[in-house]
Design a binder for this molecule. Structure first.
Ligand code: NAD
Length: 474
């Protein structure tokens, strides 16, 4: 069992005689570890260490920074099984999914970021100036529990490559994978103070970190509401902010789309990771005249999604990450039933397993005035809405405060592309294409500010300085 203190200035602090946050396995309720509950003083120590470490790290040549990030990726690969088992135990991801998607995507993130850094031109002549990129400085990174390793790597990997130092505050729901990350950073010889990890909850550690005057940038992934609080706290010192918030992303099924494969793709997006994916396609927009055929395709496909023990190799649907998240999702399901959405799969009845399980659920006849059309559920719940014209489908997709992701299905990829270009979201997949870690990821509207992953995600951690009159001095 992992019991951990903070990792500050290259040293693990003791966890004894400290107040601890227990970590529970959502499938069994058992305690699987604990981390120290940090406070303002731990944040101050970590920010000081990151500030002291900044100049030397920023001056470290790019090839050396890339070599360390490559070593971090190799460390994740080497410890893949242990990390996947830890993740599965702390947030309920099925073990095969944890290995392939949770850890696999994190490694791919680092590889794509390292490739972006390799291709980056640090100095170039622009107009009459020499334009030089420099690291933003000390970064505060606040991350959630749904893809914890991936979300940490998008921030920490990009910051390290850019020459920034970091204070990381992982989610208190799933912090144990971050302990393993700290151990790998130790193993690969990252200089002290370059990455510091402070454990704790939002009020104890997240809020003081976001408000800290010596932080140069806050990068946050999590809920829309906390994102707003983080942006407000950072605004007192005009600190740069990157926010990756929620979504209510639409799958537009055009009338020539192959229904079976579209149903399979949409349910995979909506149900994988128990629906706890910010870019999940949670609204399906289907042609009104195909409503019944689509409903049948969905019901047939949903039968494959059976909740089960995440420790079993064949399980594809585990519990939610916590009892609290289960209660939130059940409240959404009950509210949707109350407001008249037609339940065609699942519902709020118990699954029949101990643990934070809910039934994968699909509502038909969902209309834009219903909460289930608008609110992020963060559970395996799909809302199906019908449309009559392509224009109406685009309008429904765009009828959201969010703008994170989307999908379009058509037998004609050009037609799908034309529709995709009209949807106001940061990413959109054609015919089932999913996350691309080499491309920018982020949201329009209330889904966030800034981009993560690949070249754009790396560049978020840079400042650009124009040295005027120096264009010939490249
Ligand atoms: P959250 O937004 O409450 O927490 C995310 C991170 O922010 C955690 O590390 C948390 O400790 C920290 N935090 C909380 N309050 C803070 C504050 N005032 N200042 C600074 N940091 C603070 O998310 P959650 O509780 O983990 O999940 C709640 C909901 O958020 C979910 O139901 C879901 O809708 C959404 N969510 C979205 C994403 C996403 O990727 N977009 C990820 C996780 C959760």
């Amino acid at each position: 069992m992992i019991i951990s203190g903070h990792f500050i200035d290259g040293r693990w602090q003791s966890a004894t005689d400290q107040s601890l946050i227990e970590v529970h396995n959502p499938a069994t309720g058992q305690i699987v570890g604990a981390v120290v509950a940090g406070d303002q003083s731990a944040v101050n120590q970590a920010v000081l260490a990151a500030t002291r470490g900044f100049q030397a790290w920023a001056a470290t040549p790019m090839p050396e920074r890339i070599a360390l990030v490559d070593a971090l990726a190799a460390g994740l690969a080497e410890h893949r099984d242990e990390i996947a088992e830890t993740l599965s135990a702390e947030m309920g991801a099925p073990i095969a999914f944890a290995r392939a998607a949770q850890v696999g995507v994190a490694i791919a993130d680092l590889n794509a970021l390292a490739a972006a850094a390799k291709a980056h031109v640090e100095r170039e002549a622009v107009s009459n100036s020499l334009v030089v990129s420099e690291p933003v400085g000390v970064v505060g990174a606040i991350t959630p529990w749904n893809f914890p390793l991936h979300q940490i790597m998008l921030k920490v990997g990009a910051a390290l490559l850019a020459g920034c130092t970091v204070v990381l505050k992982p989610s208190e729901v799933a912090p144990l994978n971050a302990v393993l990350i700290g151990r790998i950073l130790d193993e690969i010889g990252l200089p002290a103070g370059v990455v510091n990890i402070v454990f704790g909850d939002g009020a104890g550690v997240g809020a003081p970190l976001a408000a800290h005057p010596d932080i140069d940038m806050v990068t946050f992934t999590g809920s829309r509401m906390v994102g707003e609080a983080v942006a407000r706290a950072a605004s007192a010192t005009i600190t740069k902010v990157a926010l990756e918030l929620g979504g209510k992303s639409a799958a537009i099924i055009l009338d020539d789309a192959p229904l079976e494969s579209a149903a399979r793709d949409v349910l995979r997006s909506c149900f994988a990771n128990s629906g706890q994916t910010c870019a999940a396609l949670t609204r399906a927009l289907v042609p009104a005249h195909l409503k019944d055929a689509w409903g049948q395709a969905i019901i047939a496909e949903a039968a494959n999604w059976v909740p089960d023990d995440p420790a079993q190799e064949q399980t594809i649907l585990g519990p939610l990450a916590s009892e609290l998240q289960k209660e939130r999702v059940l409240a959404h399901i009950r509210a949707a039933i109350d407001e008249g959405a037609r339940l065609i799969v699942g519902g709020a009845e118990p699954v029949g397993l101990e643990g934070a399980y809910v039934r994968p659920t699909v509502f038909a006849d969902v209309t834009p005035d219903m909460a289930i059309f608008r609110e992020e559920v963060f559970g395996p719940v799909l809302a199906v809405t019908t449309y009559t014209t392509e224009d109406e489908a685009v309008a429904l997709a765009n009828d959201s405060d969010y703008g994170l992701a989307g999908g379009v299905w058509s037998a004609d990829p050009q037609r799908a592309l034309a529709v995709a270009l009209r949807v106001r979201t940061g990413t959109i997949g054609i015919n089932g294409a999913g996350l691309d870690v080499g491309a920018p990821f982020g949201g329009y509207k209330q889904s966030g500010v800034g981009r993560e992953a690949g070249t754009r995600g790396f560049e978020e951690f840079l400042e650009f300085k124009a040295v005027m009159g120096a264009s010939s001095l490249v």
